[in-house]
Design a protein around this ligand. Structure first.
Ligand SMILES: Nc1ncnc2c1ncn2[C@@H]1O[C@H](COP(=O)(O)OP(=O)(O)OP(=O)(O)O)[C@@H](O)[C@H]1O
Ligand SMILES: Nc1ncnc2c1ncn2[C@@H]1O[C@H](COP(=O)(O)OP(=O)(O)OP(=O)(O)O)[C@@H](O)[C@H]1O
Ligand SMILES: [Mg+2]
Ligand SMILES: [Mg+2]
Lengths: 163, 160, 160, 163
């Protein structure tokens, strides 16, 4: 199983639809301060089912929806889609797309291959990929220095996730 | 599950013993149960010894040494249980040039079993990437994707 | 002391309004009492608005924007009450090149009223220093001072 | 009043006596990871009277004494001296040197111009320079990002120190 594509629309500073092909190997994201690089990392965490606004650097979940800038009005919805490929074993189809949407009304939508599903279905899907709730597959900005100083119980939890 | 945990602990410890000296150009590291008599609940200690140094308590390591030691632990886990993809946001920021080179060399190993999505300001890390995405914010503070040609890239200078 | 605090608050706020747009190439910032009716105990809020952006809550600023906004506040205080010396340990690490240049320009102002002791990996910051100290660790892990010639400096490559 | 010189002996990784002239303007410290740059910052904080081992990245104050490496034995004492000049108004002499020592026996010594004094004398001296207990004159590694996120009470305290 591999990641094929990530696309954002109305998510944080990505007002217009933006799509990233993810090849095998290393994809590097570069750019000036404040341009939206860490927002892409938040988008990946969010589409995988993250429920805590704080883990997404916000106060409430609504902070992920494009809040407008200058003359541009705030949007009513944020949407992120992650497409995986070589997923016959995992899901029976050669490709699987996972979509998450949030409306200003605070209503959430989750979809697999464009058909509505529950959050739990998405979380189960990622569990099967070996990603699961692995906290160590996504390392947020500034976090690397504190991993070595975390308590022994937290290091144990890291190893239990890998077991 | 207890047997599985102990076997993972042993495997990760073995990998850490290989990865740490590569990243630090020497030295050693190991994992140890805080309390050997309680394998089911005991926390896990990471003991590191940079090359030529006494084993100091973790807090006395420098900013760069802490980041590098954390990468050694994570790489050891990734090598035992490859994750389909790994996302790293400016993990190379505290590293000097020599450590960045060793880190990039190890990334070339890891990328064989996992896709890596990496936010970086470091030119050498950009040079080893298969795909480079430039992100800029236009005057109306909306993020846009631009294609980046490494030859003329100056981080922070892409004014739209 | 209440009158002194309020006058310092006003003066620092005035300086912040000058310093912030220089560091951010636009935008604005201000200091505000959380509770105007209790000037003696109320906390102080720092409200920032990067150029072209809506006022977002501080947590939504990027890593580099947070560091730059913190520098703006500190510089505003240093300009009101110069400190004999200021020590900064890799404060420029999260900044891109354009922000580092603006930061260095402001340092040239501050250094007129305070001595600055700065740990940095950034070549441009080294170039504006009056004195450059290289520190290396020899094989026995003891720190030594070496003189550094900027022309051939490669951070991390000074093997002893 | 200006800083003229900082010298360390047996302090953290500085086993031998190391001395830094501090000119007006900017003094930059550079070097590879783990070579001892932040130890210099700790030395300045320590000689000004810092009493918390944690602020010096240690567990107990003894961690500041050179603990040996390879074949080198641990030392029995750490010493840092900060020399100030143009100090007629402050202290009546054109130069003032402030020294702090710590022995393995946990005994501390404080000296001004080489004559023993109390910790309080050193703290009073720095109060007079305008440095005082200014927490914002020394910015530790990794600290800059969190200043903007500190609670409003802490920002108030910062301003009170400057008042
Ligand atoms: N809901 C939102 N609507 C519009 N803009 C947003 C929203 N949430 C965050 N932003 C903007 O995104 C910007 C931060 O982006 P991000 O953290 O991705 O920057 P970055 O590229 O990682 O920068 P750095 O190099 O400094 O880490 C902020 O300036 C903020 O204004
Ligand atoms: N009491 C001590 N005796 C001997 N060495 C010590 C002592 N305390 C700390 N050290 C050594 O000092 C080193 C850390 O130095 P420091 O934090 O100054 O590095 P640095 O130059 O700031 O590096 P970086 O660029 O990674 O931040 C550690 O490797 C540690 O071994
Ligand atoms: Mg970022
Ligand atoms: Mg350091």
């Amino acid at each position: 199983m591999r990641t094929k594509n990530l696309s954002l629309r109305g998510f944080k500073s990505f007002m217009d639809k933006s799509s990233f092909q993810i090849p095998p190997g290393i994809s590097a994201f570069v750019g000036p301060n404040g341009c939206g690089k860490s927002n892409v990392v938040d988008a990946i965490r969010w589409v995988m089912g993250e429920q805590s606004p704080k883990q997404l650097r916000g106060r409430q979940m609504e902070d992920v929806i494009f809040s407008g800038a200058g003359s541009l009005k705030p949007l009513g919805m944020a949407e992120v889609t992650l497409t995986l490929e070589d997923t016959e074993e995992l899901y029976g189809t050669s490709e699987v797309s996972v979509t998450r949407r949030l409306y200003r009304s605070n209503e959430s939508e989750y979809l697999i291959n464009n058909s509505p599903c529950r959050l739990k279905d998405i979380q189960d899907l990622f569990m099967g990929t070996g990603l699961g709730n692995r906290s160590y597959s996504i390392i947020a900005q500034g976090e690397i220095g504190s991993i070595i100083e975390q308590k022994p119980e937290e290091t144990r939890r890291l190893l239990e996730e890998a077991a | 599950s207890r047997r599985r945990f102990l076997s993972t602990l042993t495997q990760v410890d073995e990998q850490l013993k290989k990865v740490f000296p590569i990243l630090f150009n020497g030295g050693s590291a190991r994992l140890r149960l805080v309390d050997e008599s309680l394998p089911l609940e005991s926390g896990v200690l990471v003991e590191v010894q940079p090359p030529g140094k006494r084993l100091v308590h973790m807090g006395l390591l420098s900013g760069g040494e802490k980041a590098l030691a954390a990468m050694a632990l994570l790489f050891a886990i990734y090598l035992i249980k490859p994750s389909p993809f790994i996302v790293m946001d400016e993990v190379d920021a505290p590293l000097d040039e020599a450590n960045t080179d060793r880190f990039n060399n190890l990334l070339q190993e890891i990328k064989k079993s996992s896709q890596i999505i990496m936010v970086t300001h470091n030119r050498k890390t950009m040079e080893i990437a298969e795909r480079l995405y430039g992100i800029v914010m236009n005057k109306t503070s909306v993020s846009k994707i631009v294609s980046v040609d490494l030859k003329d890239y100056q981080p922070g200078s892409e004014e739209m």
